[in-house]
Design a protein around this ligand. Structure first.
Ligand code: HEC
Length: 206
């Protein structure tokens, strides 16, 4: 057998075995040795059904249905504004300003805000360093004077070039972050008199 002929045979055999794997359409279900929930009879989203008179497989939600986590009726909690639309200047009812709230706020702030605002809130985070619009320094007088609700509102709804974070950060956490931003503001330019004596002593601050 010529070498050329042998080579052709090998190529044909390969084409015959592998050819079946490529681009072949089959109506048969895939082999599924271990039956699982893929095989359960069910309706897919939007699939029609003859069971209900309107031909839909799922029922339309009743009027006023609210998706989980989407209730915005409490405008103070959701957006930091009262019924008149003014920013509120204290935490929502039932929320306590304590170390646990600030710890949570710091944790969430470092994750969600520091990439742009940096960990001290001076507005020099990595995203800004890579060319994003510069965020303001939280210790500017203009931002210091914000009612706390305005900080919560900035997180929930965004401000000009800053995107909203309501979809990523639940309402309670938005308040924890706002409280922590306040702590950052106080920390920049605080006087020794504002530091408890035992803490100042431990740090050696005089
Ligand atoms: C993607 C970057 C980015 C992230 C993340 C971000 N910000 Fe901002 N933030 C900005 C920019 C930019 C501005 C300035 C917006 C402007 O004035 O156009 C801003 C402005 C603000 C202001 C001032 C609003 C005003 O009225 O001037 C506050 C308060 C604020 N951010 C809080 C936060 C908090 C709290 C978080 C975390 C939940 C956060 N930001 C996350 C970019 C960001």
């Amino acid at each position: 057998m010529s070498r050329f002929f042998k080579g052709t045979l090998v190529a044909l055999a390969a084409a015959a075995t592998l050819g079946g794997c490529r681009g072949q359409v089959s109506d048969k279900p895939p082999l599924h040795p271990n039956k699982n929930m893929d095989q359960v009879r069910r309706y897919d989203a939007q699939e029609p059904s003859a069971f209900f008179a309107d031909g839909r497989s799922s029922r339309i939600p009743v009027a006023g249905t609210v998706a989980v986590g989407e209730l915005r009726e409490d405008t103070v909690l959701a957006a930091g504004v009262d019924q008149a639309g003014d920013f509120v200047s204290s935490l929502p009812d039932g929320m306590k300003l304590d170390a646990a709230l600030l710890d949570r706020g710091q944790d969430r702030y470092d994750i969600f805000c520091s990439p742009c605002h940096d960990k001290a809130g001076t507005g020099n985070g990595i995203v800004k360093q890579r060319g994003f619009v510069p965020p303001p320094d939280f210790s500017q007088d203009r931002v210091r004077e914000f009612p706390v609700g305005q900080i919560t509102n900035a997180i929930a709804e965004g401000v000009r070039t800053m995107p909203p974070y309501a979809a990523q950060i639940p309402a309670n956490d938005r308040w924890a972050i706002a409280a922590y931003v306040r702590a950052l503001q106080i920390s920049q330019g605080a006087s020794l008199a504002q530091v408890p004596a035992d803490v100042a002593g431990k740090q050696g601050w005089k």
